[in-house]
Design a protein around this ligand. Structure first.
Ligand code: AMP
Length: 322
């Protein structure tokens, strides 16, 4: 039995299904979560299906979360989607159900769950949800609402088909979602829109970012500064791509200070692999898009980190377009 069939069997078996995703969600986290929830609701109207985690105001156009009591977990199937490791699961009650399934496209560093389906070749977890439907021989059915959420997830993780995780398969899956009459231009616009605060912070980043000799870029955003622009630490997500828009920049890191004085690192690259560096700092992620956390960021720590990032940038052999 394939892993997809095993997952479908579990979905059929349980009357209650609770779907989790990672903290600080992005469009793929909520899109794959909401899309899978909607598919199960659409296919099995008598099942109770919940999507949990903190609702993120900037992603409410995709879907919102359910608040559930602890006792709902009794006899429930829990599915965690788009989350590589258990500490990052939003709502740590994920282990309170009767069974646990992991579905993810990040490197499988933490293989949790009774069933674990990881496909790092998938552009997104949303793409995997469509793969699950297609593997079900009609046992799971898509509708327009689910298709829209899954499209939002795919354009989120592929940067609207700009990143190298976009495959021919991704585009076929996307074509399948288009068949449901989704409003793709509206979602593309939603994803591209920024708030006035983000616009001003982008200007600050372009003014103040540093670029190393081998074209690694970085900037540290202190909590006080983020507050000045009326943004929470999580609200800085649209800033991550800003540094990479500069043509000479090869790889980059955004250091964002959280309210408690710790730092969240967003690492990105146009070619050289940077998830090894993320792992060195206790994080992880994709080869060209990773993250990590640091408890402190002294001048010395920053210098040491930037030297490593610069060495990674030095390995860049140039843009490929063949
Ligand atoms: P972000 O920079 O937060 O958008 O994250 C980029 C990628 O890195 C995502 O695919 C995350 O799953 C992964 N990632 C981010 N933060 C961490 C972390 N602290 N530990 C492990 N992986 C992370």
């Amino acid at each position: 039995m394939s892993i997809q069939t095993e997952i479908i069997e579990q979905i059929k078996k349980y009357d209650k299904i609770i779907i989790h995703r990672h903290e600080n969600p992005d469009p793929d986290a909520v899109g794959s979560q909401g899309g899978l929830a909607e598919i199960i609701r659409n296919t099995f109207p008598t099942k109770q299906v919940y999507q949990v985690g903190e609702t993120n105001a900037s992603l409410e156009w995709i879907t919102t979360e359910d608040q559930i009591a602890d006792d709902v977990y009794q006899d429930a199937l829990v599915i965690v989607i788009d989350t590589a490791n258990t500490p990052r699961i939003d709502d740590q009650r994920y282990d309170q159900g009767a069974a646990l399934i992991k579905i993810d496209h990040h490197p499988n560093d933490d293989q949790y769950g009774n069933l674990c389906w990881v496909n790092t070749a998938a552009s997104s977890s949303s793409e995997m949800v469509v793969d699950l439907v297609n593997a079900s021989n009609g046992e799971l059915t898509l509708n327009k609402k689910a298709a829209a959420m899954l499209y939002a997830g795919i354009i989120g993780d592929t940067g609207r088909f700009m990143f190298n995780n976009t495959s021919a398969h991704t585009l076929r899956i996307t074509a399948q979602l288009f068949e449901y009459g989704i409003d793709a231009p509206w979602m593309n616009r939603k994803l591209d829109e920024i708030t006035p605060g983000i616009a001003k912070l982008s200007a600050y980043v372009w003014e103040n970012m540093k670029i190393t000799p081998h074209n690694a870029a970085y900037i540290v955003l202190k909590h006080d500064l983020i507050k000045k622009f009326d943004l929470g630490a999580a609200g800085t997500a649209p800033i991550v791509s800003v540094l990479g828009k500069i043509d000479s920049v090869v790889c980059w890191t955004l250091f964002v200070e959280e309210e408690d004085g710790t730092y969240r690192l967003n690492l990105r690259s146009k070619g050289p692999v940077i998830n090894g560096l993320a792992k060195e700092y206790g994080g992880g992620g994709h080869p060209l898009a990773s993250g990590a956390k640091m408890d402190t960021l002294t001048d010395e720590q920053l210098k040491e980190y930037v030297a490593k990032l610069d060495q990674i940038a030095a390995t860049y052999t140039g843009e490929e377009n063949d």
